[in-house]
Design a protein around this ligand. Sequence first.
Ligand code: KIV
Length: 268
Amino acid sequence: MKPVTVSTLREMKRRGEKIACLTAYDYSFASLLDRAGVDMVMVGDSLGMVMQGHDTTLPVSVADMVYHSRCVARGVDRALIITDMPFMSYQESPQHACASAGRLMQKGGAQVVKLEGGEPMAASVRFLVERGIPVCAHLGLTPQSVHQLGGYRVQGREANAAERIRRDAKVMQDAGASLLVLEAVPSELAKTITLDLEIPTIGIGAGPDCDGQVLVLHDMLGLYPRPSPKFSKNFMQGAASPEAAVQAYIAAVKSGAFPGPEHGFHTT
Ligand code: KIV
Protein backbone atom coordinates (compact mmCIF):
# COMPACT_ATOMS: atom_id res chain seq x y z
CA MET A 1 0.00 0.00 0.00
CA LYS A 2 1.78 3.10 -1.27
CA PRO A 3 1.47 6.19 0.95
CA VAL A 4 -0.27 9.18 -0.61
CA THR A 5 2.02 12.18 -1.18
CA VAL A 6 1.47 15.65 -2.61
CA SER A 7 2.81 14.27 -5.93
CA THR A 8 0.16 11.51 -5.86
CA LEU A 9 -2.54 14.17 -5.48
CA ARG A 10 -1.15 16.24 -8.34
CA GLU A 11 -1.10 13.13 -10.53
CA MET A 12 -4.72 12.40 -9.52
CA LYS A 13 -5.68 15.90 -10.66
CA ARG A 14 -3.91 15.33 -13.97
CA ARG A 15 -5.80 12.05 -14.48
CA GLY A 16 -9.13 13.57 -13.43
CA GLU A 17 -9.42 11.22 -10.44
CA LYS A 18 -11.29 12.86 -7.55
CA ILE A 19 -9.56 13.20 -4.18
CA ALA A 20 -11.52 12.16 -1.06
CA CYS A 21 -10.66 13.81 2.25
CA LEU A 22 -12.28 13.85 5.70
CA THR A 23 -11.28 15.40 9.00
CA ALA A 24 -10.25 13.28 11.99
CA TYR A 25 -9.01 14.14 15.45
CA ASP A 26 -8.24 10.79 17.10
CA TYR A 27 -6.61 7.40 16.54
CA SER A 28 -9.72 5.22 16.08
CA PHE A 29 -11.50 7.40 13.52
CA ALA A 30 -8.23 8.12 11.68
CA SER A 31 -7.63 4.38 11.41
CA LEU A 32 -11.22 3.82 10.18
CA LEU A 33 -10.82 6.53 7.49
CA ASP A 34 -7.47 5.15 6.37
CA ARG A 35 -8.82 1.59 6.11
CA ALA A 36 -11.85 2.85 4.18
CA GLY A 37 -9.50 4.46 1.64
CA VAL A 38 -9.59 8.26 2.04
CA ASP A 39 -6.70 9.94 0.24
CA MET A 40 -6.14 12.59 2.90
CA VAL A 41 -6.94 12.90 6.60
CA MET A 42 -7.24 16.50 7.73
CA VAL A 43 -6.65 17.35 11.36
CA GLY A 44 -8.76 20.50 11.17
CA ASP A 45 -8.95 23.23 13.77
CA SER A 46 -12.69 22.51 13.47
CA LEU A 47 -11.76 20.33 16.47
CA GLY A 48 -12.29 23.50 18.50
CA MET A 49 -15.99 23.23 17.67
CA VAL A 50 -16.69 19.50 17.29
CA MET A 51 -14.29 18.14 19.95
CA GLN A 52 -14.00 21.05 22.39
CA GLY A 53 -17.47 22.62 22.05
CA HIS A 54 -16.35 26.18 21.29
CA ASP A 55 -18.42 28.45 19.01
CA THR A 56 -15.43 29.16 16.76
CA THR A 57 -11.99 27.75 15.94
CA LEU A 58 -10.21 30.74 17.53
CA PRO A 59 -9.42 29.22 20.96
CA VAL A 60 -7.48 26.28 19.46
CA SER A 61 -3.76 26.26 20.30
CA VAL A 62 -0.69 24.73 18.65
CA ALA A 63 -0.49 22.32 21.61
CA ASP A 64 -4.08 21.17 20.87
CA MET A 65 -3.20 20.62 17.21
CA VAL A 66 0.00 18.74 18.08
CA TYR A 67 -1.90 16.46 20.46
CA HIS A 68 -4.71 15.60 18.03
CA SER A 69 -2.39 15.33 15.04
CA ARG A 70 -0.17 12.86 16.93
CA CYS A 71 -3.22 10.73 17.81
CA VAL A 72 -4.33 10.75 14.16
CA ALA A 73 -0.84 9.96 12.84
CA ARG A 74 -0.76 6.74 14.88
CA GLY A 75 -3.88 5.53 13.03
CA VAL A 76 -2.81 6.33 9.47
CA ASP A 77 -0.63 4.20 7.17
CA ARG A 78 -1.61 5.38 3.69
CA ALA A 79 -3.47 8.71 3.64
CA LEU A 80 -1.67 12.06 3.60
CA ILE A 81 -1.98 13.89 6.93
CA ILE A 82 -2.76 17.62 6.72
CA THR A 83 -2.79 19.58 9.96
CA ASP A 84 -4.26 23.04 10.44
CA MET A 85 -2.12 25.86 11.75
CA PRO A 86 -4.39 27.41 14.39
CA PHE A 87 -5.31 31.06 14.83
CA MET A 88 -2.31 33.29 15.65
CA SER A 89 0.25 30.54 15.12
CA TYR A 90 1.37 31.95 11.74
CA GLN A 91 -0.14 35.39 11.08
CA GLU A 92 2.58 37.39 12.85
CA SER A 93 5.58 36.58 10.64
CA PRO A 94 7.08 33.90 8.38
CA GLN A 95 9.52 32.97 11.19
CA HIS A 96 6.65 32.46 13.63
CA ALA A 97 4.80 30.38 11.00
CA CYS A 98 7.92 28.27 10.52
CA ALA A 99 8.32 27.61 14.26
CA SER A 100 4.66 26.55 14.56
CA ALA A 101 4.75 24.39 11.44
CA GLY A 102 7.94 22.75 12.69
CA ARG A 103 6.19 21.72 15.92
CA LEU A 104 3.20 20.34 14.01
CA MET A 105 5.49 18.22 11.83
CA GLN A 106 8.09 17.13 14.41
CA LYS A 107 5.76 16.51 17.34
CA GLY A 108 2.39 16.04 15.59
CA GLY A 109 3.38 13.94 12.57
CA ALA A 110 1.82 16.43 10.13
CA GLN A 111 2.93 15.92 6.51
CA VAL A 112 1.35 19.11 5.15
CA VAL A 113 0.29 22.21 7.11
CA LYS A 114 -2.75 24.29 6.19
CA LEU A 115 -3.13 28.00 6.72
CA GLU A 116 -5.90 30.47 5.92
CA GLY A 117 -5.62 33.62 3.83
CA GLY A 118 -4.47 35.00 0.51
CA GLU A 119 -1.85 37.48 -0.66
CA PRO A 120 -0.83 38.72 2.84
CA MET A 121 0.17 35.12 3.69
CA ALA A 122 2.23 34.59 0.51
CA ALA A 123 5.58 35.45 2.12
CA SER A 124 4.95 32.90 4.90
CA VAL A 125 3.93 30.21 2.42
CA ARG A 126 7.13 30.81 0.42
CA PHE A 127 9.23 30.82 3.61
CA LEU A 128 7.80 27.43 4.68
CA VAL A 129 8.03 25.83 1.24
CA GLU A 130 11.65 26.94 0.81
CA ARG A 131 12.41 25.13 4.08
CA GLY A 132 10.82 21.85 2.95
CA ILE A 133 7.39 22.26 4.54
CA PRO A 134 4.48 21.47 2.19
CA VAL A 135 1.61 23.94 2.52
CA CYS A 136 -2.10 23.76 1.79
CA ALA A 137 -3.71 27.19 1.38
CA HIS A 138 -7.33 27.89 2.38
CA LEU A 139 -9.46 30.60 0.69
CA GLY A 140 -13.12 31.64 0.58
CA LEU A 141 -14.80 31.27 3.96
CA THR A 142 -11.81 31.25 6.29
CA PRO A 143 -13.27 30.40 9.72
CA GLN A 144 -10.41 32.01 11.68
CA SER A 145 -11.65 35.36 10.25
CA VAL A 146 -15.27 34.74 11.25
CA HIS A 147 -15.55 38.01 13.18
CA GLN A 148 -14.11 40.03 10.32
CA LEU A 149 -16.36 38.28 7.80
CA GLY A 150 -19.43 38.93 9.97
CA GLY A 151 -20.35 35.26 10.34
CA TYR A 152 -20.04 31.97 8.47
CA ARG A 153 -21.08 33.42 5.09
CA VAL A 154 -20.58 32.37 1.49
CA GLN A 155 -17.65 34.31 -0.02
CA GLY A 156 -16.98 35.50 -3.58
CA ARG A 157 -20.56 36.02 -4.75
CA GLU A 158 -19.92 39.53 -6.09
CA ALA A 159 -17.63 40.00 -9.10
CA ASN A 160 -14.89 41.94 -7.29
CA ALA A 161 -14.77 39.49 -4.37
CA ALA A 162 -14.65 36.57 -6.81
CA GLU A 163 -11.79 38.23 -8.69
CA ARG A 164 -9.86 38.72 -5.44
CA ILE A 165 -10.21 35.03 -4.50
CA ARG A 166 -9.17 34.00 -8.00
CA ARG A 167 -6.10 36.23 -7.78
CA ASP A 168 -5.25 34.96 -4.28
CA ALA A 169 -5.46 31.37 -5.54
CA LYS A 170 -2.81 32.11 -8.19
CA VAL A 171 -0.66 33.94 -5.63
CA MET A 172 -0.77 30.91 -3.30
CA GLN A 173 0.20 28.55 -6.12
CA ASP A 174 3.03 30.88 -7.17
CA ALA A 175 4.24 31.04 -3.54
CA GLY A 176 4.60 27.26 -3.62
CA ALA A 177 1.41 25.90 -2.02
CA SER A 178 0.82 22.23 -2.91
CA LEU A 179 -2.95 22.26 -2.40
CA LEU A 180 -5.80 24.74 -2.05
CA VAL A 181 -8.94 24.35 0.06
CA LEU A 182 -11.89 26.41 -1.21
CA GLU A 183 -14.65 26.81 1.37
CA ALA A 184 -18.18 28.14 0.78
CA VAL A 185 -17.68 29.83 -2.57
CA PRO A 186 -19.93 29.74 -5.66
CA SER A 187 -19.52 26.57 -7.70
CA GLU A 188 -18.78 28.63 -10.84
CA LEU A 189 -15.86 30.39 -9.12
CA ALA A 190 -14.44 27.11 -7.76
CA LYS A 191 -14.61 25.61 -11.24
CA THR A 192 -12.73 28.57 -12.76
CA ILE A 193 -10.03 28.41 -10.10
CA THR A 194 -9.69 24.63 -10.48
CA LEU A 195 -9.13 25.06 -14.22
CA ASP A 196 -6.70 27.98 -13.62
CA LEU A 197 -4.43 26.05 -11.24
CA GLU A 198 -2.00 23.17 -11.60
CA ILE A 199 -2.26 22.30 -7.90
CA PRO A 200 -5.34 20.35 -6.72
CA THR A 201 -8.31 22.21 -5.24
CA ILE A 202 -10.24 20.60 -2.39
CA GLY A 203 -13.77 21.93 -1.99
CA ILE A 204 -16.09 22.20 0.97
CA GLY A 205 -19.25 23.98 -0.12
CA ALA A 206 -17.54 24.80 -3.41
CA GLY A 207 -19.47 22.63 -5.87
CA PRO A 208 -18.70 19.48 -7.82
CA ASP A 209 -15.85 20.72 -10.02
CA CYS A 210 -13.03 20.91 -7.46
CA ASP A 211 -10.36 18.22 -7.75
CA GLY A 212 -11.41 16.79 -4.40
CA GLN A 213 -13.81 17.20 -1.49
CA VAL A 214 -13.51 17.45 2.27
CA LEU A 215 -16.14 17.35 5.02
CA VAL A 216 -15.97 17.60 8.78
CA LEU A 217 -16.30 14.02 10.05
CA HIS A 218 -18.77 14.90 12.80
CA ASP A 219 -21.08 16.57 10.24
CA MET A 220 -21.03 13.68 7.77
CA LEU A 221 -21.64 11.11 10.53
CA GLY A 222 -24.40 13.25 12.10
CA LEU A 223 -22.51 13.44 15.41
CA TYR A 224 -22.35 17.23 15.85
CA PRO A 225 -25.24 18.34 18.09
CA ARG A 226 -25.58 21.80 16.49
CA PRO A 227 -26.90 22.47 12.97
CA SER A 228 -24.52 21.41 10.20
CA PRO A 229 -23.84 23.65 7.18
CA LYS A 230 -26.02 23.33 4.07
CA PHE A 231 -23.02 22.09 2.08
CA SER A 232 -22.60 19.04 4.31
CA LYS A 233 -24.41 15.70 4.04
CA ASN A 234 -25.16 13.11 6.70
CA PHE A 235 -23.86 9.84 5.20
CA MET A 236 -24.98 7.84 8.25
CA GLN A 237 -28.54 8.02 6.89
CA GLY A 238 -29.07 4.61 5.31
CA ALA A 239 -25.62 3.32 6.36
CA ALA A 240 -25.21 0.29 8.64
CA SER A 241 -22.05 1.57 10.37
CA PRO A 242 -19.66 4.56 10.44
CA GLU A 243 -17.32 2.54 8.20
CA ALA A 244 -20.11 2.05 5.64
CA ALA A 245 -20.94 5.79 5.81
CA VAL A 246 -17.31 6.71 5.14
CA GLN A 247 -17.15 4.21 2.25
CA ALA A 248 -20.36 5.71 0.81
CA TYR A 249 -18.82 9.20 1.06
CA ILE A 250 -15.63 8.10 -0.71
CA ALA A 251 -17.62 6.38 -3.47
CA ALA A 252 -19.85 9.47 -3.90
CA VAL A 253 -16.83 11.80 -4.15
CA LYS A 254 -14.98 9.52 -6.57
CA SER A 255 -18.04 9.13 -8.85
CA GLY A 256 -18.93 12.84 -8.69
CA ALA A 257 -22.31 12.11 -7.04
CA PHE A 258 -21.32 14.28 -4.04
CA PRO A 259 -21.69 17.23 -3.77
CA GLY A 260 -25.07 17.52 -5.46
CA PRO A 261 -26.70 20.81 -6.59
CA GLU A 262 -28.42 21.14 -3.20
CA HIS A 263 -25.01 21.41 -1.47
CA GLY A 264 -23.70 24.27 -3.63
CA PHE A 265 -23.88 28.08 -3.88
CA HIS A 266 -24.11 30.38 -6.87
CA THR A 267 -22.89 33.78 -8.01
CA THR A 268 -25.39 36.63 -7.45
O1 KIV B 1 -10.90 22.96 10.22
C1 KIV B 1 -11.29 22.19 9.32
O2 KIV B 1 -11.77 21.10 9.57
C2 KIV B 1 -11.14 22.66 7.95
C3 KIV B 1 -11.78 21.95 6.82
C4 KIV B 1 -13.02 21.29 6.95
C5 KIV B 1 -11.54 22.54 5.49
O3 KIV B 1 -10.47 23.62 7.72
